[in-house]
Design a protein around this ligand. Structure first.
Ligand code: PMP
Length: 393
């Protein structure tokens, strides 16, 4: 079978899903109706697995900004900024992000994945060490691989374990980058950021926080966990994505380190890919404005999250963390989780099915992501579906 030999396990996994007639990984939304509704398999479905935390994908001002950009600047940039040059919007957005976070400068990447890949692979080379939380996103692991840094995992959200590993590194902590997320994407728990900052202060090194799931969600202005805990000045690099609360696509890093600009000239995931399209940049800039002014959206988002969390707790489901816009229901077995996911879909509720290795501790997760755009009625319908499907204990 040559090069295809390695796909044997995957082929067997796919066959298993085929035989079950359940496939959470090939779902198609035939028609998207709103941030929280779509047609799936001919059924009107409540979408509760989108990461569309503020519901901005249908925001009229964002859509108008994209239309204007399409009319004035065309459909795409057709190349990388290094080769083809930047459009003014790219740099404007970088400066707006820097000002939003009160940092010296920012860089925009074409996706959130590429932001992590581009930053980590360039900041941390073969002589450096990345100490990353075990539950960090794949893009963080991949960035370490691309740069050739030594990646050491510390126990999830465990500052003592981080300190133990830092102590062992001795003087090498000078060349160490600690990486955590603001809000973890699988279980919806927050980083123990203050304690992690204390470890950094004691042992040295640098700290990067990926606010992918906390941008727009946490903090008075919506900067994320760093703002909520008032530790923006203690964090060296903040990365994030435009693809969740901002409703677009793209990623960024902001920092006070003057060397940030030099990353551009050495980062392969920045140099060797096309820059975001004008429409993407325009919607993101508008969404960033909406996000800063969006206290009411954040309030609604957290009310919705609290209500769903309360509803599912009362039904005695095992939940991943305290209330946050990511609510994960933990299942022991794969088959049970798959059938539950499929039954939810048949009741008109779409959520994410998460399998190992993406999940912590080899767990199977039914992951709901809540939006400010969910109505109280939709949250009630999600709870009703979970009540109907409650396994007999
Ligand atoms: N970081 C984290 C923590 C994520 O969860 C994700 C996406 N799930 C990314 C980065 C990548 O972002 P994007 O999908 O915008 O490329």
């Amino acid at each position: 079978m040559g090069i295809f030999n390695k796909f044997k396990t995957m082929a067997a996994n796919r066959r298993e899903l085929d035989e079950l007639g359940i496939d959470p990984f090939s779902i198609q939304v035939d028609r998207i109706i709103s941030p929280t509704e779509g047609m799936i398999n001919g059924r009107h479905t409540i979408l509760a697995g989108t990461n569309n935390y503020l519901g901005l994908t249908f925001d009229p001002k964002c859509i108008q900004a994209a239309r204007l950009a399409l009319d004035n600047e065309g459909t795409g940039t057709t190349g990388s900024r290094m080769a083809n040059g930047s459009y003014s919007g790219h740099r404007d957005l970088e400066l707006e992000l820097a000002s939003f976070y009160q940092k010296r400068d920012g860089i925009v990447f074409s996706t959130g994945y590429l932001a992590n890949l581009g930053m980590l692979s360039t900041l941390a080379g073969p002589d450096d060490i990345v100490l990353l939380d075990a539950d960090c996103h794949a893009s963080i692991y991949d960035g370490c691989r691309l740069g050739g840094a030594k990646a050491i995992r510390f126990r999830h959200n465990n500052p003592e374990d981080l300190a133990k590993r830092m102590r062992r590194l001795g003087e090498r902590t000078e060349n160490t980058l600690i990486v955590v997320e603001g809000l973890y994407s699988m279980l919806g728990d927050k980083a123990l950021l203050k304690e992690i900052i204390d470890v950094k202060k004691e042992f040295g090194g640098y700290l990067m926080v990926d606010e992918a799931h906390s941008l727009g969600v946490l903090g008075e202005k919506g900067c994320g966990l760093c703002e909520e805990l008032d530790v923006l000045d203690d964090v060296d690099f903040i990365v994030g994505t435009f693809s969740k609360s901002l409703g677009g696509a793209g990623g960024f890093c902001v920092s006070n380190h003057p060397e940030l600009d030099l990353i551009r000239y050495s980062s392969r995931p920045y140099i060797f890919t096309a820059s975001p399209s004008p429409a993407t940049i325009a919607t993101t800039r508008q969404a960033l404005r909406a996000l800063s002014e969006g206290t009411h959206l954040r309030k609604r988002l957290h009310e919705n999250a609290e209500n769903l969390h309360k509803g599912l707790s009362e039904l005695d489901y095992t939940l991943g963390a305290s209330p946050s816009p990511v609510i994960a229901v933990v299942f022991e077995g794969k088959l049970q989780a798959l059938q539950f996911w499929d039954n939810l879909l048949k009741l008109g509720i779409y959520v994410n099915m998460m399998f190992p290795p993406a999940t912590p501790n080899g767990s199977y997760l039914i992951r709901c992501s809540i939006s400010a755009a969910h109505t109280p009625d939709q949250i009630a319908k999600i709870c009703e579906a979970f009540a109907k499907l409650k396994p007999n204990t």
